[in-house]
Design a protein around this ligand. Structure first.
Ligand code: CUA
Length: 351
């Protein structure tokens, strides 16, 4: 009887282990297949500009070579494991060193690396040039949002980088002294580039077609890292020019009583970190802790592009920023519901 129970217990243990293994396998396969999702917004395998395409071609080449090496090496390993496996009466050969094998095993990888280096170095050099007619944009990264300054136009905005299509855009990424390392990455348009405090780095990007291209800070930079998003809005030259002209307009004056009251709340509560430039935009406001809000309502998103810009989302945000975006540097100012409504009315008027 006891023996029977012990056996049953062992059988149950084995079944449990089998189920566990099966469960882990299923989860692993799902995770793996998620990588094949169609129309993923940040899919680098679907490049949308010449620079991203160039990087993609290099990746395809290196990946193909890596697959061939993988198959050859693993094949040789499996062959050796099978062919020379332990058999009764067989003894392993005893020898020390083999010059031919050592020379071949050094020379072949060196040749492969030298071969890969040619397209790699030429791509790196090509992507670090300064093309003529490129649009210069300075990027600041802060916990947890991006600022974009257009020195040619005296325009500064946040989170949404507007660019004209079929024009190379040369980003100068300036890391803020009092901030941490971030990384700017919009996979469909360009490679990835760190934004390092006290340093200046560069990145070229370009889009073929009008559209919105999503990106994400790609360097773990604190608790809000996952919420530090970016979107590139590629427009026809005419639309881009119109956007620039709108951004250069004077900030809209509050009209209704509610908007005026909101402007008051703003002046008392928000101006330590945010500004509204009455005479239009101002290009260098790097010292500001928060984005300038001169044309806030012209943006589609806010708070590191985390939320769609609408009245309900904005009210939730103003009620308690860190509650809706963990790590937000903007504290809860314990505004009354009336003050929140006034601020929302004012901010949403700033087109
Ligand atoms: Cu900024 Cu991660």
């Amino acid at each position: 009887m006891a023996l029977c129970c012990r056996r049953r217990g062992r059988a149950e243990g084995v079944a449990l282990k089998k189920n566990l293994v099966r469960g882990v396998l299923i989860v692993a396969v799902i995770a793996l297949l998620a990588g094949c999702a169609k129309d993923a917004p940040q899919d680098a395998l679907d490049p949308a500009g010449p620079l991203a395409r160039q990087a993609d071609r290099l990746w395809d080449l290196v990946f193909a070579i890596a697959v061939v090496i993988f198959v050859l090496v693993e094949g040789a390993l499996l062959f050796a494991l099978f062919k020379f496996r332990r058999k009764p009466g067989r003894e392993a050969a005893q020898f020390h060193g083999n010059k031919t094998v050592e020379v071949v095993l050094t020379a072949v990888p060196a040749m492969i690396l030298a071969f890969i280096a040619v397209p790699t170095v030429s791509t790196i050099l090509d992507q670090s040039r300064e093309p003529e007619g490129a649009l210069p944009v300075t990027v600041n990264a802060r916990q947890f949002w991006f600022r974009f300054q257009y020195p040619d136009y005296n325009v500064v905005t946040a989170n949404e980088l507007h660019i004209p299509v079929q024009t190379p855009v040369r980003l100068t990424l300036e890391g803020m002294q009092d901030d941490v390392i971030h990384s700017f990455w919009v996979p469909r348009l360009a490679g990835k580039q760190d934004v390092v405090p006290g340093r200046e780095t560069h990145l070229l990007l370009e889009a073929d077609e009008p559209g919105t291209y999503l990106g994400q800070c790609a360097e773990l930079c604190g608790i809000g890292h996952g919420y530090m998003r970016v979107r590139v809005v590629a427009q026809t030259q005419a639309d881009f020019d119109r956007w620039v002209a709108d951004q250069r307009l004077r900030a809209r004056e509050p009209e209704s009583d509610e908007e005026k009251a909101g402007a008051e709340v703003f002046a008392q509560t928000c101006t330590a970190c945010h500004q509204i430039y009455e005479g239009g935009s101002k290009v260098d406001d790097s010292s500001l802790q928060g984005p300038n809000l001169t044309h806030f309502a012209s943006r589609k998103t806010f708070a590191g592009s985390l939320f769609d810009l609408d009245e309900a989302n904005l009210a939730d945000w103003l009620r308690d920023p860190p509650a809706v975006k963990p790590g937000s540097k903007m504290p809860d100012y314990e505004l009354s519901e009336e003050q929140i409504d006034q601020l929302v009315a004012y901010l949403m008027s700033l087109e």
